[in-house]
Design a protein around this ligand. Structure first.
Ligand SMILES: [Zn+2]
Length: 90
């Protein structure tokens, strides 16, 4: 696998320490970004994979990313740790 981490919820690259999610005790979480995971919990615990796909697409379009890059990010979501759990599988 790639050495560089990405968020296991939204696939955003975690290439800066300030992008890492935080635990209750203030420690960094290396698997999730600060937008998905804060103070030891998901910021949006009830979001579905389908909703996350839409959210990621919208965010990346706002950032004027290339459509091919957006599609790749959206396609990678089902393989991420948060969405691999059977109960959240579509
Ligand atoms: Zn994230």
């Amino acid at each position: 696998m790639e050495a560089n981490n990405c968020c296991q919820s939204c696939s955003m690259p975690l290439d800066k320490p300030e992008l890492l999610g935080t635990e209750k005790d203030g420690k960094k979480n290396n698997e999730y970004c600060v937008y998905c995971y804060q103070n030891g919990a998901f910021t949006n615990p009830n979001i579905t994979l389908a909703e996350m796909k839409i959210l990621v697409k919208q965010q990346m379009e706002k950032m004027k990313m290339e459509q091919s890059v957006i599609n790749r990010a959206v396609d990678s979501l089902p393989g991420l740790k948060r969405w691999r759990l059977p109960k959240t599988a579509l």
